[in-house]
Ligand binder design. Structure first.
Ligand code: BMP
Length: 454
């Protein structure tokens, strides 16, 4: 049977590595250039490559396989055909129409996916790809790479807990080529020098602490929320989606000690009465030191929103500390929310939401520039100056059969760097809401502390 060296030499004949002077995407001049795409054009080599890669791996650990686009797509496909591991496809860009999915294929939340990459340099592109897969509820534990350029990527990913399996390293390849007289001593020295001086340090910015956010916060409501968070060691907002005043007050009494804010949908309370519903609710908010967040999701022109905010039976402006609002009415539509904080709806948690990439980018511009906005509801990381509120958190469920998509506290704090998690049914449907709130509070705070370490 051929050995790995013979196999590499056959691959080399396809022109996958060139030596000379090459300017890389980063602007750095490199003495070699690697392009493994030609391997896909030789079916016999591609099949053998797939088997070499599979031989290195604990295959029982994986439910799925996925290649980083584009060069690794044929490799992952070949590996799937050889191993019967089901293939999923990661898009470079979400589809503009239809489902807007980033990951195509058949998969289930909780499955573990083997990631395939052709070449690893700094590891940055893998680090961008992994959260997109994890966002679908799929975990990634192992990455298999054909060639490691030995510039720090493997070590960086390993430091984050991923197992990285590499078939070849550039040093190994160079010594094979030198043995076979394809490379001179001078060229090998030049490559060694380049490798020594070009280990890419991937400087990942650490998430700010609540204390740091508080220092930079401008809006009084943002400050208050952060102060409560620090004081109570909580980042939990309980969503009180209950339909009677009694249930609402009972719920607030139970969860009050553990939360930074109580989120209401006041228009679902069937027996709403300003004196019987709001006054005692405000007393509880004072007693337990939490804020009131009315999830009204305004979505109209400024004048109508102003009326909806201050008139009608709910008179939200009289009691809410902050409100949610779509920004679909444009920048000026948010002017009416004086003296409260606005949490802009940037992206929703439900399946098939129309808040696509383009909408989110435009909505974010409005949110970032409007002084009434303290943060956004999103399933994506936001710029540091905005507070991120993430609903769709549940410790045990993956969905509700009505389109809601759930994530764990670990996911939202580590991968999205959220500031506040919003939990509804995970708490109010629990047999013991107080205990559930305490459990979520602890899980959220621990997940936040852990996210400071990574
Ligand atoms: P639950 O944890 O029971 O799924 O409740 C989530 C709460 O957050 C609901 O009140 C819902 O209206 C709200 N919400 C959401 O689920 N997704 C969003 O994108 C925005 C929300 O406000």
């Amino acid at each position: 049977m051929e050995n790995k060296k013979e196999f590499f030499l056959e691959c080399y004949q396809l022109g996958i590595i060139k030596f000379g002077r090459f300017t890389l995407k980063s602007g750095i001049e490199s003495p070699f250039y690697v392009d493994l795409r030609p391997l896909a054009s030789d079916p016999k080599i591609l099949k053998r490559l797939a088997n070499y890669l599979l031989d290195m791996l604990p295959l029982d650990n994986f439910d799925l396989i996925c290649g980083v686009p584009y060069a690794a797509l044929p490799m992952a496909t070949a590996m799937s055909l050889e191993s019967y591991l089901p293939l999923i496809i990661k898009r470079k860009e979400a589809k503009e129409y239809g489902t807007k999915k980033m990951i195509e294929g058949i998969f289930q939340k909780g499955q573990n996916c083997l990631l395939v990459e052709d070449v690893i340099t700094s590891g940055k592109s893998l680090l961008e790809t992994i959260p997109e897969i994890e966002n679908e509820g799929i975990s990634v534990s192992d990455i298999v790479v054909v060639l490691d350029r030995q510039q720090g990527g493997k070590e960086m990913l390993e430091s984050k807990g991923y197992r990285v399996h590499t078939l070849f390293t550039i040093s190994e390849v160079c010594s094979i080529l030198k043995e076979e007289n394809h490379l001179s001593d001078d060229e090998v020295t030049r490559i060694d020098d380049f490798l020594k001086g070009n280990v890419v340090k991937f400087e990942e910015k650490k998430r700010p602490t609540y204390e740091q956010k508080l220092e930079n916060a401008e809006h009084s409501v943002a400050k208050k929320l952060l102060e409560i968070s620090i004081e109570k060691k909580s980042n939990l907002i309980a969503s009180a989606d209950v339909i009677t005043t009694q249930e609402l007050l009972d719920f607030a009494e139970k969860v009050g000690p553990h939360i930074v804010a109580l989120k209401t949908h006041i228009d679902i309370v069937t027996d709403f009465d300003p004196d019987k519903t709001i006054l005692p609710l405000k007393d509880l908010a004072t007693k337990y030191n939490f804020l009131l967040m009315e999830d009204r999701k305004f979505a109209d022109i400024g004048n109508t929103q102003e009326l909806q905010f201050s008139y009608g039976i709910y008179k939200i402006s009289n009691w809410a500390d902050f409100v949610t609002s779509h920004v679909i009415g444009g920048y000026d539509s948010l002017d009416c929310f004086l003296n409260v904080g606005v949490v802009a709806i940037l992206g929703m948690s439900s399946k098939g939401t129309l808040t696509d990439k383009n909408y989110q980018e435009e909505a974010l511009k409005v949110a970032q520039s409007h002084p009434n906005v303290i943060g956004g509801v999103s399933q994506k990381q936001l710029p540091e100056e905005l507070l991120l509120f993430t609903p769709g958190v549940n410790l045990s469920d993956s969905g509700d059969g009505k389109g809601q998509q759930y994530n764990t506290p670990e996911h939202v704090f580590r991968n999205l760097q959220t500031d506040f998690m919003i939990v509804g049914r995970g708490i109010y449907k629990a047999d013991d809401a107080e205990k559930a709130a305490l459990n979520y509070k602890i899980a959220g705070w621990n997940a936040y502390l852990e996210s400071l370490q990574t």
